[in-house]
Design a binder for this molecule. Structure first.
Ligand code: PFF
Length: 467
């Protein structure tokens, strides 16, 4: 039985008017795995640890977990239920709920288009590291200046970015996601085992590891700033693939008898669990080997892990395995990002698959070049005086657009279609246990927090306030 129907397999049969001949995930495992395959990616392994390191360690972790079981839970339930109820992709889904809200679907569909290019730039970094480990360049890569030198180059980053983007596009074009998802079924457990192994190994063999563990696990309330909250929330959207139409699309392929509530919990636990492990793998080692990296941001994983592997018995092999796993996790995510954009374009402009792929590929290469060269040729271009291109796209999508989309979605649910519409949909497959939490979150807490987050993020972005 193929219970792992891919987004692509399903997307090819979908129509923007909804309904007709829409395929579905044949089982709960299929749904959870496909959603988790999209959710688990660079966000968990690369982005979460550097944000946690930068914004307070333990306190970031605590805020993130609380947000995940409240905000994340409510928004994910809402999106999956909207998808399943309307049986449509985001643009049609919002319009079906209320004609005046069609623009939210459009906005949500633009987000993956903006994320895909810079996601692929980082995918390129990972590809380069995987290749470097396989070809015995580990000791080189473990030197402190390696990553900085690499991203300030021109042709190398472009080459690896184009390679990653090209691989993504080819898989989407030929529709071989099914094969890729089979790989991801094996890859996820291997990734987890590898991460646990690396964690245990570093803990046992590294001096002074304890300080870093405490920094990561123990909340220090004096380190709490509004940026802890803003970045944790942005990360939540990113990591759980929320506020970009993805979960709506997934929901539209979900059968009525499968429990939305249980599936949501599983995706949430899986996604947060992997992020937690990634932090545990990277942050204590960073503090032990090179604390100056802690606030560096995007380069954290690339700066710290090669050092860990270089000091490890058999590190070249473990390191190669690790970067290959991360590469596969990144690919499953970039494929689902691209697939979403391609199917939106196909639906919207009634274009063929090939031409839609080509348009998305071309646009992504152009936009990605900005992010790619933003650390070298165009390093003097800084948005609001501090964001290089890549960081700017990241800020724009995660801290501005996604909170806006989530906010309007809450307003739509609270005042127009009412939470009961979502509750009814979720209840189709059994009792909705946390419906009170859901209603309170969607109606009151989430919108208020989102407004606060938006205001702070924008003020911080334009430099009116600083962390
Ligand atoms: N959630 C993914 C991650 O954490 O890496 C990022 C992502 C992948 C977002 C796929 C959206 C998506 F469609």
């Amino acid at each position: 039985m193929d219970n792992n129907i891919s987004v692509e397999a399903s997307a090819t049969t979908k129509t923007s008017s909804g309904g007709a001949k829409r395929s579905s995930f044949s089982g709960k495992i299929g749904f959870v795995l496909a959603a988790a395959g999209s959710a688990v990616g660079l966000g968990n392994i690369w982005r979460f640890p550097y944000l946690a390191a930068k914004y307070g360690g333990g306190i970031f972790l605590l805020v993130y977990i609380i947000l995940s079981v409240t905000f994340g839970f409510s928004l994910m339930i809402a999106e999956i239920a909207i998808g399943r109820k309307t049986q449509q992709s985001p643009i049609g889904a919002y319009r079906a709920l209320d004609k005046r809200f069609g623009f939210v679907g459009v906005l949500a569909s633009i987000v993956p288009l903006l994320i895909l290019p810079y996601y692929s730039v980082i995918g390129g970094w990972v590809t380069k590291y995987a290749f470097g480990f396989v070809t015995g360049e580990m000791s080189n890569m473990a030197s402190s200046s390696y990553f900085g030198d690499y991203i300030s180059g021109v042709w190398q980053p472009i080459f690896w970015f184009a390679l990653f983007m090209g691989a993504t596009a080819l898989i989407v074009l030929f529709g071989v996601q099914k094969g890729v998802e089979k790989v991801s079924k094996i890859m996820m457990p291997v990734l987890v085992v590898l991460m646990v192994f690396i964690i245990v190994y570093t803990f046992v063999t590294t001096d002074n590891i304890w300080d870093g563990i405490v920094y990561y696990i123990k909340p220090d309330f004096s380190k709490f700033t509004y940026m802890t909250f803003v970045s944790a929330l942005g990360q939540l959207f990113y990591s759980m693939s929320l506020a970009m139409g993805i979960m709506i699309t997934f929901g539209s392929y979900m059968k009525k008898e499968i429990s939305i509530e249980k599936s949501t919990h599983q995706i949430e636990i899986f996604d947060t669990g992997i992020a937690f492990l990634a932090g545990l793998m990277i942050i204590p080692a960073c503090i032990a080997y090179d604390p100056s990296q802690l606030t560096k941001g995007p380069g954290l994983m690339f700066g710290v892990l090669p050092k860990v592997f270089d000091n490890m018995f058999g590190g070249a092999f473990i390191g190669a395995m690790f970067f290959i796993m991360v590469l596969l996790a990144a690919l499953t995510s970039s494929i689902s990002l691209m697939e979403t954009v391609v199917s939106t374009i196909q639906d919207k402009w009634k274009l063929g698959r090939k031409i839609s792929c080509l348009i998305v590929f071309g646009t992504s290469i152009l936009l990605g070049l900005l992010s790619c060269l933003g650390y070298s040729v165009w390093s003097e271009v800084l948005f609001f005086g501090k964001f290089a291109f890549l960081d700017f796209f990241d800020f724009l999508t995660n801290s501005v657009m996604m909170p806006i989309i989530a906010l309007i979605t809450c307003i739509l649910i609270s005042f127009f279609i009412k939470p009961s519409t979502i509750i009814e949909e979720v209840s189709l497959s059994g009792k909705f246990k946390q419906k009170t939490l859901f209603s309170v979150m969607i109606k009151y807490i989430t919108p208020v927090c989102l407004v606060v987050v938006l205001v702070f993020a924008i003020l911080e972005g334009v430099g009116v306030i600083t962390v």
